[in-house]
Each structure stands twice: as structure tokens, then as C-alpha cells.
Ligand binder design. Sequence first.
Ligand code: CP3
Length: 341
Amino acid sequence: MSEKIFLKALQGEVLSKPPIWLMRQAGRYLSEYREVRADAGGFLNLCYTPELAAEVTLQPIRRFGFDASILFADILVVPDALGQDVRFETGEGPRLKPIASFEDFKALDQSKVDEKYNSISETVRLIRAGLPKEVTLIGFCGAPWTVATYMVAGQGTVNQAPARALAYSNPDLFQAIIDLLVESSVDYLSRQVEAGAEVLQIFDSWAGSLPQDQFERWVLQPTIKMVARLREKYPHIPIIGFPRGAGPLYEVYVKTVGVQAVSVDETMPLAWAKENLQPHVTVQGNLDALALIEGGEVLERSVAHILETLCDGPFVFNLGHGIQPHTPVAHVEKLIELVRA
Ligand code: CP3
């Protein structure tokens, strides 16, 4: 058994004090991140410069002593490496050249995949070399469905309508995009493991926008394939799934995908998660990122409810979604104190 408490929790151990880390724990709410970011010459440049990406990964570990660190990169590194034009405009979020036809799809220039994935692997090596021995390193990628929503719409959307519409009107094209993402994401995560990632998380941020039959085809099937391939190659590497917003479909997800843990969003009723998910997998979550911004009594009440409900089973404390840029650092310090008390 490992000495690392995060790995113990993922192996199903019930701990008196749960491990804690936060999604998007490296980012704009930290002044030291903003400094590195300002000099990096663009967000993707930061992701592809191993020294800088490793530095911002380690910043929240130094400041807060989280039990896990997560590779600093982005889910849109995969379409970027596959040759789609990806840009991050300040204040606007990501912009991609949309894929609307088989011609667009076939035009992707995949000649830089090795170079781009290798620079991320180098980041992973540098992080491992700089991490305290009790801290676990998580590698990650976006799930095919969520990444495809950006590739098709060319940007973030409220209800993922462009991708959902394409999946109905041209399922062959949509399947081709998903199949490419399955292949490339397994390759990308494999390289992260070879470089030192000890756990993998698959972010399916828009899993909640699909009707059940579409969820089965575009969320479950591709993720089942990815997890099976990774499990075969790396049986000892735990995988965390995050089908955000999937509601009761979380249950079929944990029963079919083969993950060791599931990250639950803030809308998930915890009594339901305790009854339907925790008997099968480790549960991670699910503090509302807005309760963390609010702090005070709201934060204390929310944390107490999570701990009371989930601490009798395998559990990892986290947010229900990524930390927001205007989160006060003092509230993060308070949160860690509450969870470890
Ligand atoms: O958790 C971590 O600390 C690791 C780094 C990480 C980032 N993005 C860094 C980032 C991770 C795990 C992600 C995942 C990601 N990226 C997701 C899945 C999780 C989720 O939040 O739903 C998605 C959908 C993306 C796509 C993405 N990247 C968007 C929509 C945006 C713009 C919105 C925003 O917050 O600015 C990004 C940019 C991004 N990714 C930033 C960071 C720190 C902010 C960029 C900046 O510094 O200007």
C-alpha cells in the first residue's frame, strides 16, 4: 500500500481525514500564477513551456499543501496537437476553427502531435522531480464528447447545441471525430503515465447536456473504450471520471466505464451519491465553487454536510467544478483547515 493518502483513498480505503485537492487549483486566483501567465506569451505557450507549466502546477502545492497536484495543461491541447487552430483570446475563452464537414476533418494537419504531446510529457517529468514525496501527480485529458463540443462549435456554448445537432445530422462525421479523440487521448494519457503521472482524470464537463441514448453513444461508449485500453496497459493507475451534470446517469457511468473514482458536481444530492455511487467507487467532490467564494458560515455549513455524508466511505474532498478566478486565497486556507480538522 502506498504512503500517499490520495492513492489510498482511490484504492478504496476509508480515511479518518480525507485527502483534498481542487479542480483548477493552479490559476488566476493566485497572484504567483498571474505573474507567470503575464510573461508567458499566451495561454497555450504556458501549456507548452515545460519549466513554466511545471512551476504553476507546483505553486498551489507550495502555498496550500494539497494532497494531489494536477498537471497544468488544458483539455484543448488535444485538438491543438491534432492540427485544429486553437486560440485563447483574453477575456473571451477559447476559439477554434470549427469542424463542420468531412473536408474540415480530413484537413487536420497531425504532423505536430509528437512534438506537442512530448512537451507535455516533459512537464510531467519536471513536476514529479519537484513534488514532495507525499503528494500524488494527476494527469488528465478531456473526454471525447466534451472536447468534440469545442471542436464543432469553435467555442464554449451554453447548451452544446452545435455538437448535439451534428451528432444527429451527420453521425458518421461525429463518430469519426470521437474515434480520433479516443485514439489520440489514449496516446496522450499513456505518455503522461510513462512520464510519471500516477492517476488520470477524464473531464467530461458537458456530459449533462445529452438525452440518455445520446449519452450512451457519445459519453459512455468512447469513455469505456479509453478506460479499457488504459487499464490493459497500466492496471495499477487509478482513473477518475467526471461526467459533470449527468444526474442519475452517474450510476450507469460508474457501473460500466470501469473507473476507480468519480468526481461529482455540486448539483449531485450527496445522500444519493452515498447510496448509489460510493458502494462501487471512490467519490470525489463536491463543494460549490460559489460557497468557497462566499466563505464564512456558508462555507462551514457546506463542508460539514459533505464530510458528514461521505466520510464513512472512500472519499476525496474537492469542488463540484473548477475554482473561480475571484476566489479569496484566505477561503482556500480556511477550507483546508476545516477538512483536516
Ligand atoms: O486543474 C488544474 O489546475 C489544471 C489545469 C486545467 C486547466 N483547464 C487550466 C486552464 C484543467 C484541468 C483544465 C480543464 C478544462 N479546460 C476543462 C474541463 C474542466 C472544466 O472546467 O469544465 C475545460 C472545459 C477547459 C476549456 C477551457 N480552458 C476554457 C472554457 C477556458 C476559458 C475559461 C476560463 O476559465 O478562462 C480555459 C482556459 C484555462 N484553462 C485557464 C486555466 C488556468 C485560464 C486561462 C488563463 O490563465 O487566462
